[in-house]
Design a protein around this ligand. Structure first.
Ligand SMILES: [Fe+2]
Ligand SMILES: [Fe+2]
Length: 312
């Protein structure tokens, strides 16, 4: 299966339907449902004038995004992800507050993102402000949006300047077979795990419905920020932590792959993740948020859920 192309249009009537794959149709149904629950208006195009997450459309970023995924898919092995998690779980890289980390990220652009080439802090604030507009009472969700990508700080020299392929991009389970729903999955043929009989069956090292908590995901900013939040004893609810941990797991939350690894608790988290995802994806634009204006609000949330300095 090739990459799922996001079609943000709402009209799915008449002959149009015959030309669409089931997958795209299901996605449109899903969009319709999600759009109604929060009132968020999905824009037609990304910052480059194309559909969102369209990895096939010719654009100035297409080739570099594809190259990014080739490198990521070759290098993310089960052993690699286990080692990285052990290293970063020590939380010995830095001591800083959440807002300090937001500012540190200002220098970086995500090379895996076909929809945006703005500095990360813009994306964090755009996502958080869009969520806040539609869910004014869920302050935990505003803060979750603000911090969901802070794990990208691994790109920073003071964190060892990790390469983009082990920080950003879609994530996927390791230790079991790669699913065709993963973007540019053809490049897994160059990953040694692809040929390892321990890891290349449907369940691999896992058991049916073992729960995502037991699954080793490809290493990246999701898992890192989850570790930071959890081990610094945040009071964010379970759904916030789930969103942070699995927001790049598109094969699951967009294509329903790997659901056999989920348990009941994961189902609840997934509901919120799907709501969050449309803001993560569709709030990306060239429109800048006035940082100084919104900062006091987010500082109050940081004080509530992550007081003081954190270990990173
Ligand atoms: Fe992310
Ligand atoms: Fe994001």
């Amino acid at each position: 299966m090739t990459v799922i192309v996001q079609e943000p249009t709402l009209s799915v009537e008449g002959n149009d339907l015959e030309n669409k794959t089931n997958n795209v149709f299901e996605e449109e149904e899903e969009n319709l449902e999600l759009k109604l629950d929060g009132g968020f208006v999905v824009p037609d195009n990304n910052a480059f004038g194309h559909s969102f997450r369209d990895y096939e459309k010719e654009s100035e970023r297409k080739d570099s995004v594809e190259q990014f995924y080739r490198t990521q898919h070759i290098n993310q092995t089960y052993e690699f992800a286990v080692e990285k998690k052990e290293e970063y779980a020590k939380l010995q890289k830095a001591v800083m507050s959440i807002w300090e980390c937001c500012e540190l990220l200002n220098e970086f652009v995500d090379e895996s993102d076909p929809d945006l080439d703005e500095p990360q802090i813009e994306h964090l604030l755009q996502t958080a402000e869009a969520v806040r507009r539609d869910y004014p009472n869920e302050d935990w969700l505003h803060l979750t949006a603000l911090i969901h990508d802070l794990g990208k700080v691994m790109l920073h020299p003071s964190f060892g300047g990790e390469p983009q392929w082990c920080v950003v991009g879609d994530t996927f389970p390791l230790g079991c077979a790669f699913n065709d729903a993963i973007v540019h999955h053809q490049y897994f043929k160059e990953n040694p795990d692809y040929y390892n009989p321990k890891y290349n069956t449907k369940l691999g090292v896992y058991s049916e419905n073992c729960g995502l908590d037991k699954v080793t995901m490809s290493w990246g900013h999701d898992e890192y920020m989850y570790l930071v939040a959890k081990d610094n004893k945040t009071t964010l609810p379970y759904a916030g932590l789930f969103i942070i941990r699995f927001h790049s797991f598109y094969a699951l939350h967009r294509s329903n792959a790997y659901t056999y690894l989920m348990n009941e608790e994961d189902e609840e988290g997934l509901k919120w993740l799907r709501i969050f995802n449309k803001y993560d994806l569709y709030s990306k634009s060239k429109v800048k948020i006035n940082q100084e204006e919104v900062k006091p609000y987010y500082m109050s949330l940081i004080e509530k859920y992550f007081p003081g300095k954190l270990r990173w």
